[in-house]
Design a protein around this ligand. Structure first.
Ligand code: HEM
Length: 142
């Protein structure tokens, strides 16, 4: 996820630039929502746009900063593989990335475009934030 928002206000979302790109803040509780209802209807998200509820359960936007808990230790090949194959951490055999990460669209970027994005991400301020695990859909809990 590219932008982290501080809060939703009456004039729209306010961006907190101090935590840009660091993903869903690990200390926040899971979205307080009627998940059964929401999962059957489609998609909803928290107002900071970092937690998403849908038929896949709950997904949390990734930490893309240069910290070790983000992409700090990734090799360029891993980043290209993550986007092109939709695999967590860009590792063969890892799980497929969950919605709404639009890797099916982003995989059409050229290698040079992806390399440029990765080079930029490597320059970002490191923010330590270990993401919570995604949560399976309520229907899968029974
Ligand atoms: C150029 C823009 C983007 C880049 C470079 C990017 C990059 C990434 C990468 C590399 C991951 C995997 C992290 C890992 O394996 O640890 C990821 C995960 C994720 N991204 Fe994006 N992303 C972008 C845009 C978006 C957008 C627009 C959304 C939402 C609308 C989004 C939502 C997510 C979510 C929810 C995950 C976690 C998926 C999971 O846990 O399986 N991303 N992103």
């Amino acid at each position: 996820m590219i932008v982290i928002l501080q809060k939703m206000t009456d004039h729209g979302p306010e961006i907190d630039s101090t935590i840009l790109l660091s993903g869903h803040p690990a200390q926040l509780p899971p979205p307080d929502a009627n998940r059964k209802d929401l999962e059957s209807k489609g998609l909803i998200l928290t107002s900071d746009l970092t937690a998403w509820v849908g038929p896949w359960g709950i997904s949390y936007t990734a930490n893309l900063t240069s910290d070790a808990s983000g992409i700090g230790n990734w090799k360029e090949e891993q980043f290209l593989y993550a986007i092109k194959e939709g695999k967590l951490k860009g590792l063969a055999g890892s799980r497929t990335l969950l919605p709404p990460m639009p890797w099916q669209m982003y995989k059409h970027m050229t290698d040079d475009e992806l390399k440029a994005i990765f080079a930029y991400l490597k320059t970002t301020k490191p923010i330590n934030n270990v993401l919570p695990q995604p949560v399976p859909p309520v229907s899968a809990e029974h």
